[in-house]
Design a protein. Structure first.
Length: 200
């Protein structure tokens, strides 16, 4: 089992190192800053299944680092939650295939509500409908899943998480987010205590 685990770690690590690095990252960060920091909109993340859990994590991480963000469940969006979208908001869609039915339908509904709405997509399929219609497409490199069946989202979700981290960290750098601002958003727990110490 030790040999198997080492192999899994190597494959996951290599998938992260193989993430395509393009100017889409810089464009995405600039769009987030434009819509959220300058135009006072918010970032709305969405995804279905495992990708949805990654989208939720990205939203909460952005919130803690100065970018108002919320997760919108694509199915609930069809039952009224689409109303969370306001002027100047920005959609961040996550879909490994780039053609997840619920996400495609969400973009159609969102554009009916607000034709000017912009969106960023993180996908493993740059030729997909979501990628082709997006304002900015960030490709995962479509790594093979380490799952023994090659089906279960494993490596793909690892890569999606790393891409989310890149967007958060680069946005923090560009926005000049400080430890003082961080401490205001973290009152409880170890991070709250540590950030207050560092901000003194």
């Amino acid at each position: 089992m030790i040999t198997s685990i080492k192999d899994l770690l190597q494959r996951e690590a290599q998938a992260v190192l193989n993430i395509p690095i393009t100017d889409a990252y810089e464009q995405a960060v600039e769009l987030i800053l434009e819509q959220v920091c300058r135009k006072k909109g918010k970032l709305v993340t969405t995804g279905m299944g495992k990708a949805g859990q990654i989208a939720m994590n990205i939203a909460t991480t952005f919130c803690s680092t100065g970018i108002p963000a919320v997760f919108l469940h694509p199915s609930e969006a069809q039952h009224g939650d689409l109303g969370i979208l306001q002027e100047n908001d920005l959609l961040l869609l996550i879909s490994n295939s780039g053609k997840t039915r619920e996400i495609v339908e969400l973009t159609q509904l969102a554009h009916t509500l607000n034709p000017a709405l912009k969106y960023i997509v993180i996908t493993g399929n740059p030729s997909s409908p979501l990628a082709e219609e997006s304002d900015i497409c960030i490709c995962t490199g479509h790594p093979d899943e380490v799952c023994a069946l090659g089906m279960t989202p494993t490596t793909s979700t690892t890569v999606m998480t790393v891409i989310g981290d890149i967007l958060v960290v680069e946005t923090m750098k560009r926005s000049g987010f400080t430890i003082e601002e961080y401490s205001k958003r973290h009152h409880g727990g170890y991070l709250g205590e540590r950030s207050r110490e560092l901000s003194k």
